[in-house]
Design a protein around this ligand. Structure first.
Ligand code: SF4
Length: 274
């Protein structure tokens, strides 16, 4: 059995699995270099599918970046497990986007929900708007509504596609095209990592991709309704997400394992969730 055969996607490597991790890093580096040489998103999706055996998961937030990736997946008919997380706190416009996407491409998007008991326990403990009162409470809500459902949906996957772009925030400035995630034991792939907002908007316009109506109302990055506000002219793309927290640490935990980054200090607790 080769080290590649021994890799168990979605299962965290144990202390004795350094060769498996090494193999994961090597394959991710190869894919990273390959994607950097390709220019079209469709070619990148095909290359990802060709390079990785097993289930490739794409978790769509239904935001503009992920809508572009969804379009390319639909165009290429690549065998990719497309799903979205329904946190229970979405804007109505986000659900409209889901409905329009299914109509446009003629397939159902798998909707992953949080565990009902976890949500009940959270609300019983912290209250319906508990996430407004501390970073810990906010992260507990993101953990229950986003991180745990995502980890469940990614279990057993060989790769995870995202719509992360380097331009989105300081914390994402060094996002590679592909990297090995030792925590999830899979290859995380960011096929539009190098896209500018202008390039993205041109792609969306050219292909008439359905996008969330809130993007045209000052919401470049759309998360849960209580935690997202419109941004002002000149503000950072992600300034409207958890705007009461430190600028560099505003992640929900979906894309961070380093808690030093996620544990950004609370700047103010007065901001109400958007
Ligand atoms: S973004 Fe806000 S409402 Fe959504 S899961 Fe995180 S804390 Fe909860």
């Amino acid at each position: 059995m080769t080290s590649r055969d021994a890799l168990v996607p979605g299962q965290p490597p144990t202390a004795g699995d350094s060769s498996m991790a090494h193999d994961g890093h090597a394959r991710a580096n190869q894919l990273d270099a390959k994607l950097a040489r390709l220019h079209s998103l469709e070619d990148r999706i095909r290359a990802i599918r060709a390079a990785i055996s097993g289930r490739i998961a794409f978790s769509s937030s239904l935001g503009i970046e992920d809508q572009a990736v969804t379009h390319a997946i639909a165009e290429t008919k690549a065998d990719i497990d497309l799903f979205t997380l329904d946190t229970g706190r979405h804007f109505p416009e986000t659900l409209d986007t889901l409905f329009e996407t299914e109509g446009r491409y003629g397939f159902k998007v798998r909707v992953v929900f949080p565990d009902a008991r976890d949500v009940e326990d959270l609300v019983a403990s912290d209250g319906i708007y508990g996430f407004r009162y501390s970073v810990d409470a906010r992260k507990a809500c993101c953990d229950v509504r986003k991180v745990r459902p995502l980890n469940k949906a990614l279990a057993g996957a060989s790769a995870w596609i995202t719509g992360l772009r380097r331009e989105q925030s300081v914390g994402r400035a060094d996002v590679p095209f592909a990297s090995y995630d030792p925590h999830l034991n899979l290859i995380k792939v960011n096929p539009i990592a190098d896209w500018s907002l202008a390039f993205l908007e041109d792609y969306i316009s050219t292909h008439k991709v359905p996008i969330n109506a809130l993007h045209a109302k000052g919401f470049p990055s759309i998360g849960c309704q209580p935690c997202t506000r419109a941004v002002l002219p000149g503000e950072d793309i992600r300034a409207g997400r958890w705007w009461w927290e430190n600028e560099n640490g505003k992640e929900c935990g979906l894309h961070t394992h380093d808690q030093s980054e996620a544990d950004a200090p609370l700047v103010t607790t007065t901001g109400h969730a958007a």
